[in-house]
Design a protein around this ligand. Structure first.
Ligand code: ADP
Ligand code: TYD
Length: 215
């Protein structure tokens, strides 16, 4: 990829601690003198947030799996063009809480739409943009559900633990297939231990690109 910045994505099942680590890394990079561009999927653009509210609303209006995949791809397309590409071209570090791998895992593999179909739906949306580094926060489904209890456990439980188990399997298989890009971070540990692993992985990526901030 000819882009100059560093594109880092955060993946894992719901409740695996991604967003906690994304926020910690953002703070750490800022203290290092970098100015990371931080976004989440679906959302982080005006139209993307509107699509998010359709996708994540708790009423159970009927929606086919393909419609769901197309909506995630539409939000992603907007985010790639409006935010991610300009940021990378400007040499920025981009942190993204979920990206294409989420659609492949949730809609493609766990949901049963098929990984190839979801890839095809997303081809135009991502425009060949691929993360340099993808961190997969790996946690058992039972522990994730325990952490999420009282928060959004209803949505997760409505999909079922087996669904999330398949999502987890997809991510682990992805890491085996693409070890250079995808790193598994064991997430059943203290927040500070996980943060140290994340920072080590990211520092390697920054060093490889010659981005160092203030140290
Ligand atoms: P995700 O973004 O993957 O859904 P969050 O970062 O929102 O996960 O974390 C889910 C819940 O688990 C939150 O209540 C958060 O405070 C808690 N949590 C995050 N990391 C840990 C950890 N390492 N150990 C225990 N609880 C955690
Ligand atoms: P969110 O509340 O952001 O969850 P999390 O804290 O786990 O990131 O909701 C995002 C939900 O959308 C999550 O359940 C995963 C799902 N999702 C997909 O199914 N496909 C996708 O392509 C993306 C980006 C998210």
């Amino acid at each position: 990829m000819k882009k100059k910045g560093l594109f880092i994505t955060f993946e894992g099942i719901d409740g695996s601690g991604k967003t906690t680590q994304y926020n910690l890394l953002r703070g750490r990079l800022r203290r290092r003198g970098l100015d990371p561009v931080c976004v989440r999927e679906p959302g982080s653009t005006v139209v993307g947030e509107e699509i998010r509210s359709i996708l994540l609303s708790s009423d159970d209006r009927p929606m086919t799996l393909l419609t769901e995949a197309l909506l995630y791809a539409a939000a992603r397309s907007q985010l790639v063009r409006e935010v991610i590409v300009p940021a990378l071209e400007g040499g920025k570090v981009v942190l993204c809480d979920r990206f294409l791998d989420s659609s492949l895992a949730y809609q493609g593999y766990a949901g049963g739409l098929g990984v190839d179909t979801v890839m095809a739906v997303n081809a135009a949306a991502v425009r060949g943009i691929r993360p340099h580094l993808t961190l997969v926060f790996d946690l058992s489904v039972s522990e994730a559900l325990r952490r999420e209890r009282g928060r959004k456990a209803d949505r997760i439980e409505s999909r079922g633990a087996e669904y999330l188990q398949r999502v987890r399997e997809y991510y682990l298989e992805l890491a085996r297939k693409e070890p250079d890009r995808v790193r598994v971070i064991p997430a059943a540990r203290d927040i500070a231990e996980i943060e140290a692993d994340v920072y080590r992985e990211v520092s390697e990526g920054l060093a490889a690109l010659g981005i160092d901030g203030r140290g």
